[in-house]
Ligand binder design. Sequence first.
Ligand SMILES: NC(=O)c1ccc[n+]([C@@H]2O[C@H](COP(=O)([O-])OP(=O)(O)OC[C@H]3O[C@@H](n4cnc5c(N)ncnc54)[C@H](OP(=O)(O)O)[C@@H]3O)[C@@H](O)[C@H]2O)c1
Length: 330
Amino acid sequence: MKAIRFEQFGEPDQVLKVVDVPDPVPGQGEVLIRMLATPINPSDLLVVRGRYGVLPKLPATPGFEGVGIVEGAGSGLYGKLLIGKRVAVLNGAGGNWAEKVVIPAIRAIPAPSDISDEQVASFFVNPATAIAMTRHVLNVPRGAWLLQSAAGSTLGKMIIKLGKREGFKTLNVVRRREAIDELKALGGDAVISSSEGPIDAQVRSIVGEEGVKYAIDPVGGETGSQVFKALGDDSHMLVYGLLSDQNIQFDPRAMISGKRVIEGFWLGHWMVSRSKVKSLLLFREIFRLIRDGTLASDRGQTMPIEAITDAVRAAEVVGRQGKVLLTFGK
Ligand SMILES: NC(=O)c1ccc[n+]([C@@H]2O[C@H](COP(=O)([O-])OP(=O)(O)OC[C@H]3O[C@@H](n4cnc5c(N)ncnc54)[C@H](OP(=O)(O)O)[C@@H]3O)[C@@H](O)[C@H]2O)c1
């Protein structure tokens, strides 16, 4: 079968190659999946660059998400019951950018037939993170402001729509002025651009001198530092990505006397704390919210794995619309 591999960490358009490798064989409790499509997410590219929190042994194949058809199973009844089903492929170890993938059967999530391959491929990472951060970790109350940076991201747009649904207000930061109108039309209660001056001052001119109580930031660097400055007393900020690859700077006095809490969020850790039943209920809710559009991902470019070099470049074009989706020939 064909798989995308890298033998050393580096720039994705330099180190990723399409290679022929033996088909994987499912072991006990595992299923063999023929992949249909897999998105290119920022986390996949961080792995390839060697900048993710957890890194694979090399050579490795990237890819945490995707959609495919279960074609085989090792020993164990549940896996055999999945044969022939179309599933979301949750691959916490990475490796979905390949024609065939083996994962534990419990991580192959059967997909309702009315949800497109494209949506099933991106069914979990962003939708679950949007729900987990706003509802379970921050628990943003109705009527409160949530400040978020990189608000034009796939995840940022989901949070805007969740805010409309659940009653919290979003104060959205983008890096390009051109993105403002789109996010307002989507339901963003306020949208500002970091290119128009310090985020902190812009935020206080909207919410008042007291600042915000809730904030999330996947950018870091100057943007993350400014988001921290925009917090008021007794507030909570989640850092969940590092798109700028730059550290956040903050004044510890604001944390000590101002009771500002800054915390990291990683979906992998959060899921470990969920029971099986709660995970199943979450999957069911996400499919429902994809169906009504709240947690649907925007449609982006679809490219075959053979075009991996162009595809990873396309995934990082400034102002890109929708996810780049890799597809498989057979
Ligand atoms: N911790 C977790 O468990 C977890 C789970 C899911 C996602 N994430 C993180 O969430 C973030 C968003 O993911 P996604 O899939 O929604 O991304 P995406 O759709 O690929 O969008 C990326 C967005 O980030 C913006 N951006 C990129 N580099 C930036 C920079 N240096 N400064 C400011 N903005 C920048 C882009 O702005 P333009 O529109 O201007 O190009 C774009 O809107 C990523 O960092 C991802 O790793 C974390």
